[in-house]
Design a protein around this ligand. Sequence first.
Ligand SMILES: [Mn+2]
Length: 251
Amino acid sequence: MNQNVYFISDVHLHLYDSPDEKVKRERLFEFLAEVRRNKGALYILGDLFDFWFEYRTVIPGFYLPVLCQLRETVRAGCELHFLGGNHDYWVGSFFANTLGITVHYNPIDILISGHRFHLTHGDGILRSDRGYRLMRYFFRNPLCIRLFGLLHPDLAYRLGAKISGKSRRLTQRSSSLEASDRQEIIAYGLTQLAAGAEFVITGHFHLPTEFRTEMGTIFNLGDWMKYFSFAYFNGQNMQLCYWPQNRSDQE
Ligand SMILES: [Mn+2]
């Protein structure tokens, strides 16, 4: 069976407009249009938003255009999956019920066209992430989430955007740090391949990577800020692609 499956992560949609943000949004919408044209499935591997916190009754208006696009894609018959990232782990029933997107809060192991995939956002993988792993415990603690939800949404989003803006290590790394991060992504991928996966896909690191071994292939999706990279699976082969180049071979 031939299935068009797309993987994207780390779009980091901001809550404010800028020329960069416009380009990012336009390219994302073109990309979603291609997913619809090809009746594809789309896996969003986290950090679609620079900050998202879901209130029971309040949805941030600035994200409305992208939320409409996601819903349109689902309504066109495409299967959408969302794996929470470290910037948008707090998605909830709005994503599932209103948008019709399947939400995953942990890494997933799935079969696509008979091939075994391991998908994860990838935060907390690095050895140096020890402090972050502790912070993540609180970020994901139900009581902490309830308490944060008591804040007025304007205040919560202002705080969230501020904290998100500070976690820029991944976009401002030296090339030697990039190389060591890439090594750790591959080391993580190899353990997943040894556990039986054929394709391991991570986001989070903003380092477009395609590492092939006899056991399978390890990908980092890069990002949709600097690289506009994503992965495409045609039911047999996976490839790392860059929007908008090389599109003609996918049609
Ligand atoms: Mn991330």
